[in-house]
Each structure stands twice: as structure tokens, then as C-alpha cells.
Design a protein. Sequence first.
Length: 149
Amino acid sequence: MRWKSDALAALLCVAAAGAGADARIDYMLHCMGCHLEDGTGLPPAVPALAERVGYYLEIPGGREYLVQVPGSANAPLSDAALAEVLNWIVERFGGASMPAEFSPYSADEVAKARADKPADVTEQRRALGEAVESLIVTRARGNVRAPCR
């Protein structure tokens, strides 16, 4: 009988996590399979989050893109829970890529970005990847941290 109570407790924990109770657990359930526990991803197919995700907050369209990628946009999370996960990701994995100021995602912002789906997410990923690489080079030359837009 003990195994049944342990199994029930585990199921309740998973159900609570799916409801957005803990952004870290939601990351584990919905993001970690591709982006890995440490956020390194599997480039180029799965972009790294570690030491890079903060750059997306500074390039035009990048902030919205983090919501619109299929893994985010289609996650079975409420807008509020997805906002919490995105904020956790940025704070956990941003590292040196973090802008000097970070405005956390809100549920309203996530809802708006989810509704505005890109026509070609692959092309969007390519173009934003190039913009991130350009920003990295610019920062390396000037060693500056720009404020978040």
C-alpha cells in the first residue's frame, strides 16, 4: 500500500507543477527535454539559453520570440505560468547576457505575444540568431551592457 501513496503523492506534485505552481518544475516538465538541465541546449537545432537568453531581450522582436517559439507558445501552461517560467529562465540562465535592467514578463504580455504568431518561425529564429551574434560581437568589442528595451 505504501507504493500507492507514494505514487499518488508524485502524481499530485506533477499536477501542481503543471498548474504553474513552481516555474522551476514547469521548466523541467516543458523545457528541459530540449534545452537540458543547464540550459546549454543542442545547438544549432535547439538554441542554448545559458549565457545567451538575455541577448534576446535587447534585439527587436527577441523578447516576443521567447514567447512565440513553438515550445513556449504551445506549452500547456497558462499565460501567467509561462510568464513565470520565462522570468525564471532569464534569471537562471541569463548570466553575462543579461541586460543591465530586466523587466519581468507579465501574463498580459505573454498572452499578446502568443496571439501574434510569426509567419515563419524558422526564418525568425535564423534572423534573430544573427542579431544575437552581432550583439555579442558588439559587446565583446565595447564590453558594454545595454539596458533592456
